[in-house]
Design a protein around this ligand. Structure first.
Ligand SMILES: NC(=O)c1ccc[n+]([C@@H]2O[C@H](COP(=O)([O-])OP(=O)(O)OC[C@H]3O[C@@H](n4cnc5c(N)ncnc54)[C@H](O)[C@@H]3O)[C@@H](O)[C@H]2O)c1
Length: 316
């Protein structure tokens, strides 16, 4: 029998690749998105599209209808700076809408929920690389709302037997990331390269991130939907998986690889460091390898090349 998955936020950057991965594995895919930031054309042709706000009664009713074996939750307010400026809005999108989804999933007897958290924000300013069990101290309302989501999921698992898995992504990049947004340094730099404009590096460029390619992330969702999950151990970490490469790349290193991958030359300018920016981040991903059988396949140079080709194609 065909298995059915609901991908919330499936018109967005990562969610649309997740929808692609499930379709490719033979699942029936429904995408729920309010198109606040997503694009209708990102939704794959083979997927059903539900143009709904996740916080609405209609969305809850759709999930409560019991059509879905798995829900893969990507809809969110994703901008750290918006969360600092408008923490109430962030909580509405990232906590209240998730609760609406959980209530629907509980009523609808959904078997498993895969929700997305951020390994870039929940661990706070500690020395990387972070294993799942590292202490949590988010330094933004966005990080708090993502962590709250993890707690709600664990609570619903305990109360109602809903199976929940959490994927904590590092910095995801690839085709369909908004090059005009505030976040997503690869997309922003890629657009500067394409249009021949200078690239701005904040601070000395030595700050590091763990860049993971979006098709690898999408595959992790498919594996998390199907894997035997570890037994609960009384923490939110038992069924949480870091999804990254474990490799720290500096902003300077990223720029050099992007210049190389694109074959384009633009000036690189420096601006003062931004307050509150993490100096370093990378995730330990051994658990995803051991439990989910997941390891990243796309290296940085290859992924950056594919992303740049997409940016050029989109603009033409
Ligand atoms: N991009 C990254 O590097 C990264 C890292 C860690 C975690 N994440 C998480 O991954 C998920 C997807 O992020 P993305 O980068 O693809 O962002 P995105 O903005 O491209 O996708 C989010 C999608 O959710 C939709 N959406 C937002 N609020 C909604 C609502 N109330 N109802 C219905 N749809 C709604 C938007 O229209 C959009 O299509 C988010 O949960 C984000 O927190 C992203």
């Amino acid at each position: 029998m065909t298995r059915r998955v609901l991908v919330t936020g499936g018109a967005g950057f990562i969610g649309s690749h997740v929808a692609d991965a499930f379709l490719g594995a033979g699942w029936h895919v429904a995408v729920l998105d309010n198109l606040s930031r997503g694009r209708r054309q990102n939704v794959p042709a083979g997927a059903e599209f539900l143009h709904l706000d996740l916080g609405s009664d209609e969305a809850r009713a759709v999930v409560a209808g019991g059509r879905f074996d798995v829900v893969c939750h990507h809809a969110a307010q994703v901008d750290v700076r918006v969360s600092v400026a408008e923490p109430v809005l962030d909580a509405e999108e990232n906590i209240l809408a998730l609760l609406n989804l959980l209530e629907g999933a509980r009523a609808g007897g959904c078997r498993r929920l895969v929700i997305v958290s951020s390994g870039g924000v929940v661990y706070g300013e500690r020395r990387p690389p972070h294993p799942e069990t590292a202490p949590k101290l988010p330094l933004s309302p966005y990080g708090v709302s993502k962590l709250a989501g993890e707690h709600y999921l664990a609570c619903y698992a305990a109360l109602y037997g809903l199976e929940g898995a959490v994927l904590r992504y590092s910095n995801v990049y690839g085709p369909r990331q908004d090059p005009h947004g505030e976040a997503g340094v690869v997309a922003i730099f890629g657009e500067r390269l394409r249009s021949g404009k200078p690239i701005t590096v904040y601070g000395d460029g030595a700050q590091t991130r763990d860049y993971v390619y979006v098709s690898d992330v999408a595959r992790a969702n498919l594996l998390a939907a199907e894997a035997d999950l570890p037994a609960p151990d009384g923490t939110i970490d038992a069924r949480a998986f870091n999804i990254g490469t474990g490799i720290q790349t500096s902003v300077n290193g990223l720029v050099a690889t992007m210049l190389e991958a694109s074959g384009v030359r633009v000036p690189v300018e420096h601006a003062p460091a931004r307050a509150g920016e993490l100096l370093a981040n990378a995730l330990v991903t051994e658990k995803a390898a051991r439990v989910l059988g997941w390891t990243p396949r796309v290296g940085l140079a290859e992924g950056l090349r594919a992303t740049y080709e997409w940016i050029v194609k989109e603009a033409s």
